[in-house]
Design a binder for this molecule. Sequence first.
Ligand code: SAH
Ligand code: SF4
Length: 355
Amino acid sequence: MTPALARSEVLQWLREENETRLDELWRLADDVRRRHVGDEVHLRGLIELSNHCERRCAYCGLRSENRSLQRYRLTREEVLDSVSQAVALGYGSVVLQAGEDSGIAAEWLADLLRRVKGETPLAVTLSLGERADEELVLWRDAGADRYLLRFETCDEALYEQIHPARPDRPGGRKAMLKRLKALGYETGSGVMIGIPGQTYADLADSLEAFRELDLDMIGVGPYLPHPNTPLGRQVESLQAPPGEQAPNTELMGYKLVALTRIVCPDTNIPSATALATLNQRDGRQLGLARGVNVVMPNLTPPKYRQLHEIYPAKACNFETPGAFDSHLRQSLAAMGRRVGTGRGDSPKRRAALAD
Ligand code: SAH
Ligand code: SF4
């Protein structure tokens, strides 16, 4: 049985600072992780397809108005090279991530998906922002398996301020997640932690929303200010009431990971790059010990990696993918964990089949 958490307990944990008491939360999350998803850690190769973006999210360095960023878009051959590396390293899936970029033409991507799905055993996850419904249908038909789209915060007023809407795509991200589910995608979402103006209560609401949306994957990570964004330059109007602002710290990152594992035990939870950025030495291991069961090694061609600057100093392994892979396998073995085999499909679906 998974211990259910009342909202008041969630709020208490979110504010908890005592290390000894927090050890109890880490133990609880690790225990739920072990019983529900086991010791396997699934590896997904992250391929950052493009850093072009047509949106103006106030928090993100890829926003269209950041003119100081050199833009890139991978060629088909570059993507296929990265896909081959994922296969060679024995990964079960790849994640194709990008800004909201209509330069990634729907048919171009559909062709690529058919090729990857026809020639490899990989599961393919897309993370391309709020694309049109007919594109989502086309890509699903071409073999895409999963889609990641964070809803970022449950606070609608805050969301409107930091995420200017696209008039041609009404309905917002939560509606799109439901649509993705109906199309048969495994769906993933998540939030940033400690956005200016975001309260502890909003994080408790987000955990509740994770459960209600019945997600297959949940990614959470601290908000990291980018100096070339309006939010990074601080928007004075975004202020939580005194004592209510959720901090954007590494510790809050672990708390959210642990609480997510407890609230949604049968979910794939990746190690957030933002945590590895805040603590380059131990961030990944600490996440793995507190609820995480997925790691996404970066397979973007090295010359583009620094340009995918969602926030500054984003952790990206500059070693070769092979060197990073053996380092990762060693550190997993030292933690008593093993690399997952197969595609690492949603544990939720496996749990449902076993019922
Ligand atoms: N364009 C796609 C995917 C790339 S952005 C999309 O928006 O879904 C992926 C995620 O990066 C976003 O969902 C957001 O949660 C995170 N992100 C963006 N800016 C960030 C920042 N300054 N700090 C931390 N995370 C950030
Ligand atoms: Fe574009 Fe995604 Fe960044 Fe928003 S969060 S600006 S959609 S890359």
